[in-house]
Design a protein around this ligand. Structure first.
Ligand code: CAA
Length: 374
């Protein structure tokens, strides 16, 4: 399908299926499993992967536009789709063997399986190399013990990409990646975290107590786990930038429509120069965000290195989302603070984009590292 047609279809889908559920999902903190099933029917769970494995064969641009549009109407749903695609299906597509792709990617792409990614631990957040979860080589199988925190889609996912130490003496070169199925003996999920935003998404701890997995579940090579995590996050960060961009666009549209109709001192508040200057600055920032986002997309689609452009897009767009949502509330005054008007949700949803898949400080570390090492 051509990109323009896909984007049009996603716009209609988001308006008809995603938008009507957004408020209720936030209020009730309920995981939108029905929406996930609907996304699967439209092929949205396997957009950027080959048709050979039941994917749609779309490019990064189409996938990223989908995340942006879905997040514009419901950031919770955008998070679920982004974690599934960028963080679980993508590493299997990039590093998996053909049998692994046949077993997992084919079902992830149709939405029969939902995916998740487990890197973060209580003592390994920004310093992702300090993995305490261990995978002991027991001959025919690995035995995994440890825990992961803040895992998106936990409890609903069927497949998890998990990172664990196979050789602690080697530091980050001793980390390996594994494909882990739910329902394994010794694998349990902790309670759902109560969050500020993206409240319908599920965020839980994963606990591994001597979980035995066959050696065929190793993803990539032994010791390649850190590299797999970093390259996966490079792609994931473009997805989070798109999510942030979508939230910013939504907040901006709400603010513009409000200032045109809200009358004070005998005229619409859009007639005041202060309002006009705020709107002009926000529009300029949103356009700058779009350019950075699509630069990262272009780099990825052109097989260029996108570590730096993805980090810049995420750094910029996530701040943009927070600032636009905050400004929209300010322009809308008391109404902006009322839950029925939705912009307060955008601010709560936007904040996480500055934190997950690497905080803004991590993005600065990545960008500075690239500049100063070259
Ligand atoms: N691509 C390929 N290789 C990479 C890489 C990349 N993007 N980044 C680093 N590497 C390689 C380096 O080349 C280096 O390899 P060599 O030793 O062979 O040269 C090795 O990895 C170590 O690199 P660094 O010295 O830069 O690593 P570091 O330990 O200093 O870490 C860091 C750098 C940027 C802080 C990194 O640890 C990081 O990104 N931390 C944040 C982790 C993160 O984003 N966590 C979020 C988890 S997911 C989530 O949020 C939950 C969810 O479900 C949504």
């Amino acid at each position: 399908m051509k990109n323009e047609l896909l984007v049009k279809m996603v716009e209609e889908f988001a308006l008809n299926v995603v938008k009507p559920r957004a408020r209720e999902i936030d209020e009730t903190e309920s995981f939108p499993l029905d929406t996930v099933k609907e996304m699967a029917k439209y092929g949205l769970m396997g957009l950027p992967f080959s048709t050979e494995f039941n994917g749609v064969g779309a490019d990064t641009k189409a996938y990223i536009d989908t995340i942006r549009i879905i997040s514009k109407y419901c950031a919770t749903t955008g998070t679920i789709l982004s974690a599934h695609t960028s963080l679980c299906s993508h590493p299997i597509n990039q590093y998996g063997t053909v049998p692994q792709k046949e077993k997992y990617l084919t079902k992830l792409n149709t939405g029969e399986y939902l995916g998740a990614f487990g890197l973060t631990e209580a003592g390994a957040g920004t310093d992702a190399s300090r993995q305490q979860t261990k995978a002991v080589d027991c001959g025919d199988y690995y035995e995994i013990t440890g825990s992961k925190i803040f895992i998106t889609n936990a409890g609903y996912a069927d497949v998890y990409i998990i990172f664990a130490m196979t050789n602690a003496e080697l530091g980050l070169k001793g980390i390996s990646a594994f494909i882990i199925e739910k329902d394994l003996k010794g694998f349990t999920i902790g309670p759902k975290e109560k969050k500020m935003g993206i409240r319908g998404s599920s965020t839980c701890e994963l606990i591994f107590d001597k979980v035995q997995i066959p050696k065929t579940q190793l993803l990539g090579k032994v010791g390649e786990g850190f590299k797999i995590a970093m390259t996966t996050l490079d792609g994931g960060r473009i997805g989070i930038a798109a999510q942030a961009q979508g939230i910013a666009e939504s907040a901006f549209e709400k603010a513009v429509s409000y200032v045109k109709t809200r009358t004070q001192f005998g005229k619409p508040i859009a007639a005041f120069q202060h309002t006009q200057f705020v709107i002009a600055d926000l529009k300029t920032q949103i356009e700058a965000g779009r350019l950075l986002l699509y630069k990262a997309v272009e780099d990825k689609d052109n097989n260029l290195s996108y570590t730096e452009s993805a980090a810049m897009a995420k750094l910029f767009c996530s701040r943009l989302a927070v600032e636009v949502a905050d400004s929209a509330i300010q322009l809308m005054g008391g109404y902006g603070y009322i839950r029925d008007y939705e912009v307060e949700r955008y601010l709560r949803d936007a904040k996480i984009t500055e934190i997950y898949e690497g905080t803004s400080e991590v993005q600065r570390m990545v960008i500075a590292g690239k500049v100063l090492r070259s």
